[in-house]
Design a protein around this ligand. Sequence first.
Ligand code: NAP
Length: 268
Amino acid sequence: MDWLKNDVALITGANSGIGRAVLRRFIAEGASGVGVLIRNGAQADAMREEFGDRIAITVGDVRSPDANEEAVRATTKAFGKLDTMVGNAGVWDHFASLRKFDGATAKATFEEVFAVNVLGYLLAAHASAPALRETNGSMIFTLSNASFYAGGGGPVYVASKHACVGLIRQLAYELAPDVRVNGVAPGGTVTPLKGPESLGKADRLLSDIPGFSDAVAEAVPLGFIAQPEDHTGHYVLLASRENSRATTAEIIQSDGGWEVRGRPARRA
Ligand code: NAP
């Protein structure tokens, strides 16, 4: 349990779901401190209660260059360095399909989802790269089964998560040999992932969709829907210099086997 002994990380969207599970696991693996970028200041007290002075909280929106820079500053000020940046904050499109969009809603949804899911990762990479160069550290981004396959959302979400594959590859190329850049691609997971304001779904949670867990479990060969904790070992592996120093531009799929799920039955 000490694969990240004395390491310092920064995680976006660490108040909830997969980000919070990664935060807990990094601390359990010996990280000396973790910066967190969260958008809702009301969550800060509960986070301080659980993690005390092991975390440095920045409240801000991942779409803001200033918020990302402030998060890196706050992390390095509190803990002296940065070894791993985990870009994780995201929104989902609630399966908003092309035929249900009017043009204006399609544009607004695209702009909002790409701004959070893609621009947010780009800005986190931009803000953290100088500090990561100093430590020969790494970036890890949360992707999705929707980074590789259709059906994990509507066209906007799926395109945004595919775009992040390109982001990882290009950043891995540009930042080598100093900084490794990798991803973890979860499949359906029990979290309160929210929708976009542009679709009026900012408070609609993935986990509240009736039958979602059963549908995921039935769709994947391993036959269960993941909990956030099920993915965290992959982040630890990719963050660990000792255990993955030769790995960059890699994306670990943690999705119950989408690659081998066969063709889903078509509804009549
Ligand atoms: P989650 O618990 O809702 O986590 C998403 C996090 O992103 C939350 O902390 C949320 O903050 C934050 N966030 C959203 N928009 C933000 C913004 N503009 N600025 C700052 N923070 C923002 O859901 P999750 O499932 O763990 O999602 C984490 C990642 O996993 C996402 O990238 C998602 O696409 C990916 N993923 C999820 C699944 C799944 O089935 N759950 C599957 C594949 C991939 P609030 O809590 O304040 O809303």
